[in-house]
Design a protein around this ligand. Structure first.
Ligand SMILES: [Zn+2]
Length: 455
């Protein structure tokens, strides 16, 4: 299996350091609803996790929640509410969106919050000061960028280039304009924590170094995030973590996803062209959104378009029809062999998670199943393979109006079946009416009665 690392700028053979694949992905700053850009990033890292687990790797995944930040404080002040309340509300909203997108959360996954990790953050900052990589000034603490000799290795830029750019923000307290903040001295009216340098709160970059150290140890296998995080965020994470532990590399493989664009611009809050996940899911299924996202390579930019999503919605429905088809052979006789398609799917995914090619294999398999089914060849086993491979991409292939079979509903349906067999039509209709009141309609198909949610 080969994966592309931003650090080396090429595809490398994937060789995790141990039995467990340690993955860290930068999480959200919960101050408003998550948008399609977030959907893209978290769907991609969800598929990477699913695929590694399919390949029998044990995966330990950590993703932070930046629940204290300038953006949260600003928005909470405008709304006249506590920053913690705002962060809580949008953290919940974020997880609701992730559930709706079928982003799997395994038992070995952790989602630590910055405000719960202040002691570890302080420990790391103190360690950096003790080793001469950081210094307190005016109640804040700064990282001494020139003390990290290979600073710039991830973004492939030199310090002089960065100085010439807009990145260096001067401040009286800093020794050097390139130095970045690890601990921010409190300002009136802001939430703060006690520290050896006075009251304040952590900077954003140190949070990720502290949490990855605490939950995953000194060296990560994969660190992910959007390409907009390469500089300065991930560059700073490397400087902090490698300076603190004295071990290189902090991360074996750096994976960065492309960004979502809308009409040629980056989708961003400041441009006011955001489409939230909730907006998109009101119109399209989660499967459609995934097919749309995974139809491009994860490192390429993705242009959001209604046409593209409609095509993805149709494509998802096509796969659904194929897996729902009756098997003409009824599980007996000659069967269609889907294993060559599984091999092609694995080859595509082994090549730096080429989901676009993997999806194309799924659609080829779907066409082949249809042809085999039309010719009277057994397709039951191939349908299972299609469903399994679709599951690696996180596709559920369930009708949008699918009803999870709750026991009470299943019992009612079975009772109605019994009554119908006994030709007690009136009583059977009463059960149908009762389910109708619960918002469930029943569709009688050759395979039995299927409950569906009323639209
Ligand atoms: Zn981060």
């Amino acid at each position: 299996m080969k994966i592309y690392s931003t650090l080396s700028g090429k595809k490398e053979e994937f060789a995790p350091q141990g039995d467990e694949v340690k993955i860290y992905v930068c999480g959200v700053t919960p101050y408003s609803d998550a948008h399609i850009g977030h959907a893209m990033s978290y769907v991609i890292f969800d598929v990477i996790r699913r695929y590694l687990r399919y390949k029998k790797y044990t995966v330990r995944y950590v993703q932070n929640v930046t629940d204290i930040d300038d953006k949260i404080i600003d928005r909470a002040n405008k709304l006249g509410i506590a920053p913690s309340g705002l962060a809580e509300k949008y953290t919940q909203s974020y997880f609701d969106d992730m559930d709706a997108l079928n982003i799997a959360r395994a038992e070995t996954d952790e989602y630590p919050k910055a405000t719960d990790e202040i002691p570890k953050i302080i420990e790391v900052i103190q360690g950096l000061i003790d080793k001469g990589f950081a210094y307190p000034a005016g109640g804040s603490v700064y990282f001494r960028v020139r003390s990290a000799s290979d600073y710039g290795k991830l973004s492939h830029r030199s310090l002089d280039d960065m100085m010439a750019g807009e990145c260096a923000i001067g401040s009286q307290e800093k020794e050097d304009p390139m130095d970045f903040v690890l601990w921010k001295a409190t300002k009136p009216g802001e939430p703060y924590w006690e520290s050896p340098w006075g009251q304040g709160r952590p900077g954003w970059h140190i949070e990720c170094s502290a949490m990855s150290l605490k939950y995953l140890g000194d060296t990560l296998d994969i660190h992910g995030g959007g390409q907009d995080l390469i500089f300065p965020h991930h560059e700073n994470e490397i400087a902090q973590s490698e300076s603190f532990t004295g071990k290189k590399p902090f991360v074996k493989y750096w994976l960065h996803n492309g960004l979502v664009q809308l009409g040629g611009d980056k989708m961003s809050k400041s441009l006011g062209n955001l489409i939230t996940i909730k907006d998109a899911l009101a119109k399209y299924s989660a499967d459609a959104l995934r097919i749309f996202i995974l139809g491009s390579h994860y490192r390429s930019p993705l242009t959001y378009s209604e046409e593209g999503l409609e095509a993805a919605q149709n494509a998802g429905e096509r796969l659904l029809r194929v897996v729902s088809r009756d098997d003409p052979a009824g599980g007996k006789g000659e069967a269609f062999d889907a294993e060559p398609y599984r091999q092609q799917f694995i080859e595509a995914m082994d090549d730096d998670f080429n989901t676009a090619r993997a999806l194309a294999v799924l659609f080829d398999l779907a066409s082949a199943i249809n042809q085999a089914g039309d010719a009277g060849v057994g397709i039951g086993q191939a349908q299972k393979v299609l469903l399994e491979l679709a599951g690696i991409l996180g596709l559920t292939l369930k009708p949008v109006d699918f009803v999870e079979p709750q026991e009470s509903i299943v019992q009612l349906i079975e009772e109605r079946e019994r009554l119908r067999k006994a030709k007690k039509w009136q009583e059977a209709d009463k059960i149908r009416a009762k389910l109708d009141e619960m918002g469930i309609i029943l569709e009688d198909t050759p395979k039995g009665t299927v409950p569906k949610r009323k639209r």
